[in-house]
Design a protein around this ligand. Structure first.
Ligand code: PMT
Length: 403
């Protein structure tokens, strides 16, 4: 998303400036060309050298810097930007922009830009709740400026309340959302992710190695592209993507119930969860004790959620995943047909860099019309976007709703 994009990171004075350093690292890691503009107060907290070293670009500080005016200039900085992110944004900069005051480099550049602007406010809770601040924020929002709400918590001033700068990853995700094509706006997607756990007794369960990374990447990417997203997730250690409705479940039966409940609201379903096909026929209420004998477990079949969805599509786009260890195309193709899917994402989990619990995947996309696309090894985020490109196409050509 940020590859070759020019981001201007505006840094104002506040104890949270240290988080802007981490935010800069995230932008740089994502391939953005970042120009940092620091206010005078920001420089009291962290030196420009830190931002200069990490961005690889000179830090802009003064409105009338003759060298920079010739080389870059505040107007050119404003014109070249694809995105402005102000973090931390003080009540002062927000008040200035709301009032049309341009008396330093950051406020002048902000007045001159046509790029989207994201403010990440951080301040004392009483300042944040002050009706003057709230009026300024509301009027900027109305004009199309974007805001990420500050977090609640212990503030540097000793107070407890709303006013903390959100974590850099949350600001980064909001910034990503502003640059993503909004080609899923108006659509609602249901995504499943992670493993299910089938309880044997209060201390044991049957499960698999799914980390949830693939499904969470799909949910995150769909949200970035403007969709309303419901994420039905088995147990994972992942944070839910910002702006996504998370429905946590444990077992396949619970996943089925959550999916069926959310279904009427959605236009497409992406099922990346690794659902256990079988569960113990009985769940012991007490811990099963070891005996001298071997033990045989009786398993019974879980509902096949995706197959059930395929029997009653009602115009919805259905995307499945297939994790295979052999005959990838054959097995994935069978699942595509049997479950009545529009697309199946086949991953050969024996390949290094593919499948369970890694950050990349190597997939083949099998379409209902027989077309097969082979993608190279990509990050799970990139796989998610590739998959959603196909979902956008499918939604555009989907059949009218059937009874
Ligand atoms: O979570 P990660 O660590 O990132 O790993 C990603 C992944 C390997 C889990 C993911 O890429 C993947 O392949 N998910 C599907 C795994 C799977 O077990 O597929 P399957 O072949 O058993 O099932 C085929 C499809 O039917 C899947 O979309 C599955 O969600 C669905 N299914 C399966 C069984 C069942 N009872 N109900 C279902 O809905």
């Amino acid at each position: 998303m940020f590859k070759d994009k020019k981001v201007v990171l505006g840094v104002c004075g506040g104890i949270a400036v240290y988080k802007a350093v981490e935010l800069l690292r995230l932008f740089v890691k994502a391939g953005a060309d970042v120009s940092v503009v620091m206010t005078r107060s920001a420089q009291e907290f962290v030196t420009p050298l830190t931002f200069q070293t990490l961005s690889g670009n000179p830090v802009h500080r003064e409105l009338f810097d003759l060298y920079q005016e010739k080389e870059i200039g505040h107007i050119s900085l404003a014109d070249r930007a694809d995105l402005f992110v102000i973090a931390p944004a003080t009540a002062n900069i927000i008040g200035k922009v709301a009032a049309g005051i341009a008396d330093d480099l950051l406020s002048t550049t902000l007045m001159a830009t046509r790029a989207p602007v994201l403010f990440a406010p951080a301040m004392n809770v009483h300042m944040y709740e002050n009706p003057i601040y709230q009026r300024n924020e509301a009027s900027l929002r109305e004009l199309g400026y974007h805001f990420i709400d500050p977090d609640h918590g212990a503030l540097a001033c000793g107070y407890e309340g709303q006013g903390k700068l959100p974590e850099p990853q949350a600001i980064f995700t909001s910034a990503q959302n502003l640059l993503a094509p909004q080609d899923l706006a108006g659509q609602s997607l249901l995504v499943t992710a992670g493993p299910t756990r089938e309880e044997l007794d209060p201390v044991r369960y049957i499960s698999n190695y799914s980390s949830g990374k693939m499904g969470y990447a799909v949910a995150r990417a769909a949200r970035q592209r403007g969709a309303e997203v419901i994420l039905v997730s088995g147990p994972t250690f992942l944070l839910p993507p910002v702006g996504v409705t998370l429905l946590p479940v444990v077992s396949a039966a619970q996943m089925r119930d959550a999916v069926m409940q959310a279904l009427p609201k959605v236009t497409a379903v992406v099922k990346s969860a690794a659902v256990a096909d079988y569960r113990p026929a009985a769940t012991a209420t007490e811990k099963i004790k070891k005996s001298d004998d071997d033990m045989t477990l009786k398993l019974e079949k879980n509902p096949d959620i995706l197959a059930e969805l395929g029997q009653n599509k009602q115009g919805r786009i259905l995307v499945g995943f297939a994790a295979e260890t052999q005959d990838l195309l054959k097995h994935a193709g069978e699942k595509l047909k049997r479950k009545n899917l529009d697309l199946i994402v086949a991953n050969d989990i024996t390949q290094c860099g593919a499948g369970f619990d890694c950050d990349t995947n190597i997939v083949k996309l099998l379409h209902a019309d027989g077309q097969i696309e082979e993608l190279p090894q990509l990050s799970k985020d990139e796989v998610a976007h590739q998959l959603l490109d196909r979902v956008v196409e499918l939604l555009a050509h989907r059949p009218q709703e059937e009874d």
